[in-house]
Design a protein. Structure first.
Length: 342
């Protein structure tokens, strides 16, 4: 089979490799689509994976072979990655009990890592779910980032009539904007440098979208909120000054929820805090819970969040190198969510 293999920092190459065989309890799946995740870009551009790894975790496909002992699936079933969706999964609604200190560099560097930027992937049958009839393959390949969006919206502790700001409107934020509107936000403001992302944010319901290279977003958004600042700021940009900007923008008793994955040390400038005396509640974004997966899968089935509207490009494995490079500079192209079709 063909796979896009991570060779070294900033280099992917399409190579032939043997198709994997399913072990006991596993499925062999022919990959239909695998979405390009921001964490893949991060790992690729920072040189984190072990050379020889195959990345890609936002996938769906068709069952090609059953390992010994697998029940509940048949060859030809459409399936999506859903670690709590298969037989033997955690009971729906049960909170995640993980409280481990993990070393992400060790996880992403695991030499045996075989993801879905490939014709085939093997997976434990307990980590996939059958794709419901009304859900397209393209939508099913968006389940994992939709889970991240659902989780982050809930972390922000949104209340009806809260005002919300997003710093950065990548694909996950574009899913979140839809949910935040449904949840009863009074207004949604967005700061985004990419014209394509800005246009999509407006289309999906953002009340105002600002270009932080041309406008002072703190002044603009604080002005629009009668001097208060938004109740919640979702920091989704990971630029050098955006966390500091989130803290200057948010209401004095507001919440900053940080989804951003930083690639370098950033600074916070708390000089104003002495005079402003804010009581900002700050949260980073941890792993998702089984409940987030349940809600995201339901949103796909009921189509309450339009994930397909954010998909702009379907590419082949041999287009991945150029596409990864382009996605690292989102303001210079019109791509939003990109799916790989091996
Ligand atoms: Zn992802």
């Amino acid at each position: 089979m063909k796979a896009a293999v991570y060779k070294e920092k900033g280099v992917l190459a399409v190579e032939e490799m043997p198709s994997p065989s399913p072990h006991e309890g596993e499925l062999l799946v022919r990959v239909t689509y695998c979405g390009i995740c921001g964490t893949d870009l991060h790992n690729y551009s920072c040189g984190i994976p072990a050379p020889g790894s195959v990345l890609g975790h936002e996938w769906c496909g068709v069952v090609a072979e059953l390992g010994d002992g697998v029940r509940g699936f048949h060859v030809g079933d459409r399936v999506m990655y859903h670690p709590y969706g298969g037989p033997g999964a955690v009971a729906a609604g049960e909170a995640s009990s993980r409280n481990l200190r993990l070393n992400p560099r060790a996880i992403y560097s695991a030499p045996a890592r075989r993801g879905a930027y490939a014709d085939y992937i093997t997976t434990a049958a307990s980590r996939v779910a059958r794709i419901p009839d009304g859900v397209s393959d393209k939508a099913a390949a968006c389940l994992e980032p939709l889970v991240a969006a659902i989780h982050a919206v809930r972390l922000g502790n949104l209340k009806v009539s809260d005002t919300v700001a997003f710093i950065g409107a990548g694909p996950i934020a574009l899913f979140m904007i839809q949910r935040v509107k449904q949840a009863g936000a009074r207004a949604v403001y967005v700061s985004e440098i990419s014209p394509a992302r800005a246009a999509k944010a407006t289309e999906l319901g953002a009340d105002r979208v600002f270009n932080p290279l041309k406008q002072d977003i703190v002044e603009e958004i604080v002005g629009l909120t009668g001097g208060r600042g938004p109740d919640i700021v979702y920091e989704c940009a990971a630029a050098k000054g955006t966390l500091d900007q989130a803290c200057r923008l948010v209401a004095v008793d507001g919440r900053v929820t940080c989804l951003a994955v930083y690639q370098e040390t950033i600074t916070l400038d708390p000089l104003d805090w002495y005079m402003m005396q804010p009581e900002i509640k700050f949260t980073t974004n941890r792993a998702s819970t089984p409940f987030d997966w349940e809600i995201a899968a339901e949103a796909l089935s009921k189509r309450t969040i339009d994930v397909e509207t954010v998909i702009t490009n379907i590419i082949a494995l041999d287009e991945m190198q150029d596409t990864f490079q382009a996605l690292l500079n989102p303001a210079t192209n019109t791509m939003l969510r990109v799916l790989v079709k091996p």
